[in-house]
Design a binder for this molecule. Structure first.
Ligand code: CTP
Length: 228
């Protein structure tokens, strides 16, 4: 008989935004609060998983999850990538609920830019954490690693979610339309649609993020139980 999943698999859950500093007091970021990732990590820990929780700069109530193996705080997308790669071993489920900043300034000024010196800020792309994780899995031939993503979209939501599922080599992706009522960044509730690697999908009703944390863990468990 197969081992119970929490005995066999480690969970790595990311949450929140990241920050890319322009100078010591200004940064690029986004409105993610970390709430969805926090509740996923908490649901996983309650189910008995060894959880590594990696959060970007979030409010104190979403910074640490009780009962997890490790709580790690990071600032930039590169920091989050480093923390994820450090904890990505065989038999791991990586749930990327974070909203990492996609770009960073080419130049980070050491001193505060003065108001009169309006800067032209040139940006370069950050690494993609899911894609880089997939490359590590391939190059180190890691077994039993499952990549789970989220898609925050405003338009053409379904086609972008499906495209990310394939491009990022995911088992499943949870789509949230950030323009929908009671869904998206900073809300208590969320409305998700899950798209699985086998082409199936399911629209979920709007529910509190705390409840969705449990549902997401159950959805992933059911998928892995059927496909491993
Ligand atoms: N993600 C990631 N690394 C990044 C950016 C995003 O691993 N540098 C992950 C997110 O955590 C999420 C998924 O990729 O699970 C999709 O993120 P999203 O912001 O919707 O898409 P992007 O890949 O950033 O693409 P775009 O901004 O063009 O929609």
């Amino acid at each position: 008989m197969k081992d119970k999943l929490p005995n066999r698999l480690h969970l790595v859950v990311t949450s929140g935004p990241t920050r890319e500093f322009i100078d010591p007091i200004r940064f690029l970021s986004n409105p993610s609060t970390g709430r969805m990732g926090y509740y996923i990590a908490r649901a996983g820990a309650n189910k008995g998983y060894r959880v590594t929780y990696i959060s970007g700069p979030v409010n104190v109530q979403y910074r640490t999850v009780k009962g997890v193996k490790k709580n790690i705080s990071v600032v930039s997308t590169q920091d989050m990538l480093d923390a994820v790669l450090d904890n990505l071993k065989e038999n791991t489920i990586l749930i990327m609920a974070a909203a990492p900043a996609d770009y960073r300034p080419v130049i980070r000024y050491d001193q505060k830019i003065k108001k009169k010196d309006v800067p032209a800020i040139e940006l370069i792309p950050n690494p993609d954490i899911l894609k880089t994780s997939h490359e590590k899995i391939q190059s180190e031939k890691l077994k039993g690693v499952y990549l789970i993503g989220f898609a925050a979209e405003t338009n053409d939501t379904e086609s972008y979610a499906k495209e990310k599922l394939v491009k990022k080599s995911l088992e499943m992706i949870f789509l949230n339309d950030v323009t929908a009522k009671n869904a998206g960044f900073g809300t208590d509730t969320n409305q998700l649609t899950v798209f699985r690697k086998d082409g199936t999908s399911q629209v979920w009703k709007t529910e509190p993020k705390e409840r969705l944390g449990h549902k997401i863990i159950e959805e992933i468990e059911s998928w892995i139980t059927q496909h491993s």
